[in-house]
Design a binder for this molecule. Structure first.
Ligand SMILES: NC(=O)c1ccc[n+]([C@@H]2O[C@H](COP(=O)([O-])OP(=O)(O)OC[C@H]3O[C@@H](n4cnc5c(N)ncnc54)[C@H](OP(=O)(O)O)[C@@H]3O)[C@@H](O)[C@H]2O)c1
Length: 341
């Protein structure tokens, strides 16, 4: 099982690096990378910045909703199974054995250190399981809101398209991102889920002994998470609220327009500082996940790196498009990072 976990983590890290490195290379100021830059932009373009007479290799931009249907289904599945695994197999009970063990270990007063070390690592492992539940909960909150927005808030223009490569990247992203948040415990969770289903099939519903469901054991351990998880959640919520607001502004822009595919200059909220505040908010949201994870998981850092690289690339192009399209575009606005870029 450990080997499967190792391979999964390795594959996820390789995938995030493979998505980020080409974008980083195009930042190097050398004409040698111009064609790579153009190629990446071609793949990443969508909506207003993809203006082409040919619809070859493109799909409607409203297919964005597919990403969030996938994200909601997949994240819910991971969340429910990880949460039940945490409840059944990794309770964070504050039993006397655990406390005495930790105190004894910390004070160095034990002569059976190896036992204590393994027990302490079990406590650590349990924290990691509950932390994964917490991160998946945040991801679920984000995916649900985005799904509602693609259906009820955004008014995609009939002519807006995205490159098929961007579409496939989006589907990959919403498969790999939730998995990255729980990859260190995913193999154990998977085995647990398979065993539960097998037991259910073999024994049948009536043969499985009914155990009392303890609500406090189900949610209480989340309250025991470390301080950084709560700071991460606060950062996440800050980004979440601003993104919701910026998306509402974008969704309202076409209310008084005659053409369903016209564009206007957005104002309000973080639009006063940057051209793509919804991308900036997305970066804050994923930054919140990094902080909530404790910042010690390289896979989550690499996921964050990919989000930053991908959105900075799209924001730079969006900013250039606004400057070209509107003569009266506010000169003080930056592309994505206020007062910096
Ligand atoms: N995590 C990631 O890696 C990742 C990657 C991509 C996107 N996202 C997130 O997904 C969200 C949506 O991204 P997106 O690229 O689809 O955003 P977008 O291109 O700005 O489009 C969002 C909606 O607003 C409309 N719109 C945009 N600017 C407008 C203007 N000036 N006037 C009138 N309508 C306008 C678009 O119309 P059209 O239909 O005409 O385009 C579309 O319906 C963002 O919050 C982003 O952060 C995340």
């Amino acid at each position: 099982m450990e080997e499967i976990g190792f391979v999964l983590v390795l594959l996820l890290r390789a995938a995030w690096l493979a998505g980020t490195l080409p974008i980083l290379i195009t930042v190097i100021p050398s004409s040698r990378f111009n064609s790579l830059h153009e190629c990446l932009l071609g793949f990443a373009k969508r909506g207003k910045i993809l203006q082409s007479s040919s619809n070859k290799f493109t799909v409607p931009q409203k297919f964005f909703s597919h990403f969030y249907v996938l994200a909601v289904v997949w994240t819910t599945l991971l969340l429910v199974t990880t949460w039940f695994y945490a409840y059944k197999e990794a309770p964070l009970a504050s039993g006397p054995l655990q406390y005495s063990t930790i105190v004894s270990y910390l004070t160095g007063g034990s002569n059976i250190l190896s036992f204590h070390k393994s027990h302490l690592s079990t406590v650590k492992y349990r924290y990691r399981v509950w932390q994964s539940v917490f991160l998946l909960l945040l991801m679920e909150v984000q995916a649900l809101r985005r799904l509602c927005e693609t259906i009820y808030v955004f008014k995609y223009s009939p002519s807006a398209r995205m490159h098929i490569f961007g579409y496939l990247t989006g589907l990959f992203f919403y498969t790999a991102a939730p998995l990255s948040l729980c990859c260190t415990v995913a193999p154990e969770v998977f085995t647990f889920a398979v065993n539960q289903v097998a037991e259910f099939i073999v024994k049948g519903k009536n043969q499985i002994p009914a155990t009392e469901f303890d609500w406090w054991q189900f949610v209480g351990p989340l309250m025991k998470l470390k301080w950084y998880s709560w700071i991460g959640m606060a950062i996440f919520l800050g980004g979440w609220i601003h993104q919701r607001h910026c998306h509402a502004i974008l969704g309202s822009l076409r209310e008084n327009l005659e053409q369903a595919d016209d564009y206007v200059i957005p104002y309000g909220d973080w639009f006063e500082y940057v051209s793509s505040p919804h991308y900036l908010a997305e970066i804050v949201i994923y930054g919140g996940l990094v902080v909530a994870s404790g910042g010690a998981d390289l896979t989550i850092w690499l996921l964050f790196g990919f989000v930053v690289a991908n959105l900075v690339l799209a924001a730079a192009e969006t900013h250039r498009w606004y400057l070209r399209k509107f003569d009266n575009y506010p000169k003080h606005r930056f592309a994505i990072i206020p007062f910096v870029y």
